[in-house]
Design a protein around this ligand. Structure first.
Ligand SMILES: [Zn+2]
Length: 229
């Protein structure tokens, strides 16, 4: 984890530092090696959040776009189960950054736990995903609305869409660079994708504002209209 508590303050891992876990209050050790990003680890025990994923520079880069007090926020459900959200806003929105492979039923479980959640996926992890994505776009003619190119694609068209496209939540695919490929709307087997600047994504989330969504207009208009939630 990026933060531990020391005298009730959130501190980052530095060599030799000690702290306690904001989730379970166990003692934590600062791990400051050369292979992994500097982080806090539970002393002599497994992580209190079984869903916790080892952090990469990719995670840290994303988290750093948001206020520190929104990062790594512990939450318990009604049964007392503890999970630590990567980002949780004061508006109740959770953002999870997913780098590793994850089973579909796990995704559903976590989505249900957090409720209001946006998933950001490290789409650069598998070599084939970018190739599939680029091929999909090259065979597609986007429609332009409000100066945004919207791609209508088939739900099974790429492996990433198969995995994430039917969750009923906003998903951002991060292929690197300054933009996210955002999926904010589905209809039947159609999925609507558009590029959106990461900086603008963070700005809207921080302001508690909705992301743009794509929505079908009335049948007579035969097109999309963008609206905000
Ligand atoms: Zn803990």
């Amino acid at each position: 984890m990026r933060f531990a508590l020391s005298n009730h303050e959130r501190i980052e891992a530095t060599p030799g530092a000690l702290g306690i876990c904001p989730g379970c209050s166990a003692e934590m050790l600062a791990r400051c090696g050369t292979k992994k990003v500097w982080h806090w680890a539970h002393k002599g025990q497994r992580h209190c959040d079984p869903w916790w994923e080892n952090e990469t520079e990719w995670h840290r880069g994303w988290k750093a776009r948001f206020p520190t007090e929104w990062q790594e926020v512990p939450a318990r459900d009604t049964t007392g189960e503890l999970h630590i959200a990567d980002i949780k806003t004061p508006f109740g929105l959770v953002i999870e950054f997913q780098h590793s492979a994850i089973k579909p039923d796990e995704v559903v479980k976590r989505t249900n736990f957090h409720g209001q959640i946006i998933w950001i996926i490290d789409a650069d992890r598998r070599a084939t995903d970018r190739a599939q994505y680029e091929r999909m776009l090259s065979e597609n003619r986007p429609q332009r609305f409000d100066a945004v190119d919207i791609y209508t694609v088939y739900s099974e068209e790429t492996r990433l869409l198969k995995e994430w496209g039917s969750l009923g939540r906003i998903v951002g695919f991060d292929f690197g660079g300054d933009n996210l490929c955002l999926l904010t709307a589905v209809q039947g087997r159609s999925r609507y994708l558009f590029d959106f600047p990461k900086a603008e994504f963070a700005r809207l989330v921080i302001a508690g504002k909705p992301l743009p969504v794509v929505q079908f207009g009335k049948p007579a208009t035969q097109g999309y209209r963008r609206r905000r939630f």
